[in-house]
Design a protein around this ligand. Structure first.
Ligand code: MF3
Ligand code: CO
Ligand code: CO
Length: 270
């Protein structure tokens, strides 16, 4: 597959899909509480996505490997889970941290975004990890613009993260996005000399760093989807879908309920 450059109309489609994906997280927020199971959150998300906003949950039956379709509508990754956690019947407990990753399809366009949630009072380490992962994502977004090598996104994220004593997951990355869930290019969240693609206006990509409190290594679960930290340390992730513009970037996955921006972010559209 090649990199797709979106025209004016296609960008408008991506804006709508992005806003709706963010709205799903706004909707779920009051339900992300102690005692709720991730299956209950999945059901709420499915109903909201299909009935209220009349979109399609992209993860449901997503089957890139061809032999193990994803069984749910959202990903819910708790504590040491790095990504792609399959919702289950275990109630959330005080002190848990959870990433909820939502991808919807509206009029053929994908919007992909995730946020961290904390259940009741969490440890200082957990609070710190969620906050620094949020800032790491924004540091990556803020370097975006035309003629910037995607290497700079990873460089910004890695530099910030490692200065805080945490590690950037290498095994999973961001991606181009549009009519397809996962398009080229890969967006690595660390400085890799292989990341030679140059950003061009009209590209839409995700920035979605996974940051571990301990070591960067990960391990896949037997369900074929869930990924955990090898050393069992906590992991956090935030994700936005972002457009490259003539002058910089435009974050597409925003809505009214989005949390406050970090102090170093002056605008979500530059
Ligand atoms: N939303 C994830 C991403 O950011 C992909 C999840 S694929 C699924 O790329 F099948 F696990 F849902
Ligand atoms: Co993504
Ligand atoms: Co996602």
């Amino acid at each position: 597959m090649t990199i797709t450059i979106k025209n004016k109309d296609e960008i408008e489609g991506m804006r709508v899909a992005g806003r709706l994906a963010s709205l799903v997280l706004d909707y779920l927020t009051p339900f992300v509480k102690e005692g709720k199971t991730t299956n209950q959150l999945d059901r709420l998300a499915y109903d909201f996505i299909t009935k209220d906003i009349r979109s399609i949950p992209a993860p449901l039956n997503y089957n890139p490997s061809g032999d193990n379709p994803y069984p749910k509508s959202i990903c819910t990754s708790v504590n040491n889970m790095v990504c792609h956690g399959i919702p289950n019947d275990k109630p959330l407990r005080k002190g848990d941290i959870i990433n909820i990753d939502v991808t919807i399809i509206q009029d053929g366009w994908h919007g992909d975004t995730s946020r961290m949630f904390q259940i009741g009072e969490t440890s200082i380490a957990a609070k710190r990890l969620c906050a620094l992962t949020y800032d790491a994502m924004w540091h990556g977004i803020c370097v975006m613009g035309p003629n910037i090598p995607i290497l700079e996104i990873g460089r910004a994220i890695q530099k910030f993260t490692e200065a805080q004593g945490c590690s950037v997951v290498r095994d999973y990355c961001g991606h181009g996005i549009g009519r397809n869930f996962h398009e080229e290019p890969q967006i690595l969240h660390f400085a890799s000399p292989e990341a030679r693609t140059i950003l061009v206006p009209g590209m839409t990509i995700t920035v979605e760093p996974m940051i571990n409190a301990g070591r960067k290594e990960t391990k896949g679960l037997p369900d074929g989807w869930g990924v955990v930290t090898k050393d069992r340390s906590l992991s956090a992730q935030w994700e936005h879908t972002v457009l490259v513009t003539e002058t910089g970037f435009e974050v597409l996955t925003l809505s009214e309920g989005y949390p406050p921006l970090p102090p170093f972010v002056t605008s979500t559209k530059t």
